[in-house]
Design a protein around this ligand. Structure first.
Ligand code: FAD
Length: 646
């Protein structure tokens, strides 16, 4: 029988980024005993790295802004594949979530008349991103953590125990969701420092584990982004959706190699930065797609006038949605007009005085000076696309964040799918975390609170199986010595080698531009890697052993990568974060289909099947003009809407 530390809570939140903390605060506020588990240190979630800001249509800088415009921009950015209800809730509720942060102590940058300042970002019609310089994520996490501490102080006063109703398990990794029949019963995992196992019994679990970027070689994502929540959901029987849509941010650092992929925030372009190729050409004007032609300036004069007079000029094309800019940069480099290190130039030095650059973009100034010896107040940056965000995720109910098919399982933040369709607009993630984090916490609390005496129970068999799975890499190591190769036949494998090969495969074959033969090749390589990962061997003991941690994370990365590759192969069109060289155009029929990944019990790879995309509500449809809808909707759908008119 496995030795594991045992706890009991009402709600378990996996992840202490923006989504997880907001969910936990809500669950606790509704009286639930809540556990927060994070594999990183408390406070070091990915959300901390967010730079540009939180999108919310407060209308502080341009009073024409409102939730309807934000909704419209989000649907356009996602090329109409977003779940309309999620995009609606997000646009409606984001301003309240930002105000709430202020009441909890966040200090945003201000306008001259003292309101929360809002900045321009790609795809947003009006200045919309509430920000704190280019360190917005840090302020968001600081504020939410402060709120958790305030709740703990309350419990200290009431019960003499600060952890009576909310406790953080930092540097703990969850490896399995445990179930009782079809319902969630708790989680199983290990403490990273000691290697000891733990189980937490709880009827409701909120996944808030973030993204999958560590499956790709060039990425802005940090080490935690190994797709754990995506894989945990699949393994528990919940489906994923839209996994073919991976966002490549157009501007990551390209030099020096050790920092390749680190993000260069979109605020650089929002605040006036321009992209040029090796010939000095401001090339984005060549790449404005038809669907956006009427909204973007056709030449530099109009584009430059827009910064001072946005009501009478159209936006610069550097502020097109990310997928468009990333593809344009990719093409410039491919056609031989790239910078010396394989990117293009991003310049603010000729656009703003040095002091203003340092004031508006302090982190970028510091980042380039420290990491690349480049002073961005005097010379341009070299930038290129980097894997940044996954639009795909757990299929959830839009209102409650409840994962499909698994009662008691919820998902919010980057791990959840649907909200961003085929492409996320910058700033829409931080608002997504707050809006759906709150909703997930609320509905998980209601579910757990309503369960009464009928609480699910964690069975010993499930705990033993989870422990056996986690110990497998050590077991193999023991078998290697003295008797040669481990069980299963193949030679022992090094988890680091497998990870490098996985990243190379995804980068080269399922990256920014995709082709059928390459994706087929990727699937073959992934199958071989999966077989080899069973032979992954780690040495040493369970106390802080990064090789062991990686060996366990590989299961998740491989599973999720297969979903990405399989869905990308199935979708024979180009849309948002999914670009097919062999199917270069957007196909209106495909907008009507969502691709769902499921893992049958006992199966090793997920299956991808299409299902209809729910039709948008009529009042929301009316926010767009007919000409624009024709670019996205099929004739049959258009006819349906117009016949309703009659
Ligand atoms: P995270 O903040 O990543 O939190 C995930 C949590 O889950 C962590 O605590 C992690 O330890 C934990 N975890 C993961 N797996 C496990 C496991 N198995 N067991 C236990 N714990 C686990 N978006 C914007 O809207 N505006 C921006 O300006 C912006 N800038 C960005 C800049 C950078 C450099 C990057 C990389 C992203 C940026 N984004 C931005 C995107 C945004 O930061 C992320 O999408 C968002 O923070 C994700 O938040 P989350 O709460 O879903 O996950």
């Amino acid at each position: 029988m496995t030795e594991a530390e045992r706890h009991t809570y009402d709600v378990v939140v996996i992840g202490a980024g923006g989504a997880g903390l907001r969910a936990a605060i809500e669950a606790r506020a509704h009286g639930m005993r809540t556990a927060i588990i994070c594999k990183s240190l408390f406070g070091k979630a990915h959300t901390v790295m967010a730079e540009g800001g939180i999108a919310a249509s407060m209308g502080n800088v341009n009073s024409n802004d409102n939730w309807q415009v934000h909704f419209r921009d989000t649907m356009r950015g996602g090329k109409f594949l977003n779940h309309f209800r999620m995009a609606e809730l997000h646009a409606r509720e984001a301003p309240d979530r930002v105000w709430e942060l202020e009441t909890w102590g966040a200090l945003f940058d201000r306008t001259k008349d003292g309101r929360i300042s809002q900045r321009n970002f790609g795809g947003h019609e009006y200045p919309r991103l509430a920000h704190v310089g280019d360190r917005t994520g840090l302020e968001l996490i600081r504020t939410l953590q402060q709120q958790v501490v305030a709740l703990q102080q309350q419990d200290e006063r009431e019960f003499g125990d600060p952890e009576a109703r909310i406790k953080v398990f930092a540097e703990h990794t969850v490896t399995r969701i445990l179930k009782d029949g079809s319902r969630v019963a708790g989680v199983f995992g290990y403490a990273r420092e000691t290697g000891r196992f733990f189980t937490i019994e709880a009827p409701a679990v909120v996944l808030a584990t973030g993204g999958i970027g560590k499956s790709f070689k060039v990425t802005s994502n940090s080490w935690e982004y190994t797709g754990d929540g995506h894989a945990l959901a699949l393994l528990a029987g919940a489906p994923l959706m839209n996994m073919e849509f991976v966002q490549f941010h157009p501007t990551g650092m390209v030099w020096p190699p050790s920092v390749k992929g680190i993000l260069v925030t979109e605020s650089v372009r929002g605040d006036g930065g321009v992209l040029r190729n090796s010939e000095g050409d401001r090339f984005m004007f060549k790449y404005i797609p038809d669907v956006f032609k009427s909204q973007y300036a056709q030449g530099p004069d109009e584009a430059d006038r827009w910064y001072a007079d946005p009501d009478n000029n159209r936006r610069p094309p550097e502020l097109l949605p990310r997928d468009e800019v990333a593809r344009a940069i990719n093409n410039e480099v491919k056609e031989g007009r790239g910078s010396p290190h394989g990117g293009v130039f991003l310049d603010v030095s000729t656009r703003m005085p040095a002091e203003e650059i340092k004031r508006r973009l302090p982190s970028m100034h510091h980042q380039f000076l420290e990491l690349a010896d480049v002073d961005i107040t005097a010379e341009p940056m070299e930038v290129g696309p980097t894997c940044h965000y996954v639009m795909g995720g757990v299929a959830v109910d839009p209102d409650t964040a409840q994962a499909e098919d698994v009662p008691g399982l919820y998902a919010a933040g980057e791990v959840a799918g649907g909200m961003h369709g085929s492409n996320r607009l910058g700033g829409n993630s931080l608002s997504d975390l707050l809006v759906f984090g709150r909703r997930a916490g609320l509905h998980a609390a209601e579910y757990a609170g309503g369960i009464g005496a009928d609480r699910p129970v964690v069975g010993q068999q499930a705990v033993d199986a989870a422990a056996e799975e986690a110990l497998r890499p050590f077991g193999l190591a023991e078998m290697v010595e003295p008797d040669g190769p481990p069980e299963g036949g193949g030679p022992p494998e090094n988890p680091y080698t497998l990870h490098t090969e996985l990243q190379q495969t995804m980068n080269d074959l399922v990256g920014i531009i995709r082709r059928e033969p390459e994706m087929r090749e990727a699937l073959q390589r992934l199958a071989r890697l999966r077989a080899r990962a069973k032979q992954a061997v780690v040495e040493g003991h369970r106390q802080f052993n990064p090789g062991w941690h990686l060996a366990l994370d590989l299961r998740n990365m491989l599973l999720v990568s297969e979903c990405v590759a399989r869905a990308a192969l199935t979708r024979t069109e180009s849309r948002g974060g999914h670009t097919r060289d062999d199917f270069p155009t957007m196909d209106r029929e495909w907008r009507r289909k969502l691709l769902i990944c499921r893992l049958a019990a006992g199966a090793e790879t997920a299956e991808v099947t299409p299902r209809p995309n729910p039709a948008m509500r009529r009042d929301l449809m009316e926010l767009f003009d007919a000409e624009e809808l024709q670019k996205y909707l099929t004739d049959e759908e258009l006819q349906h809407y117009s016949s309703e008119d009659a």
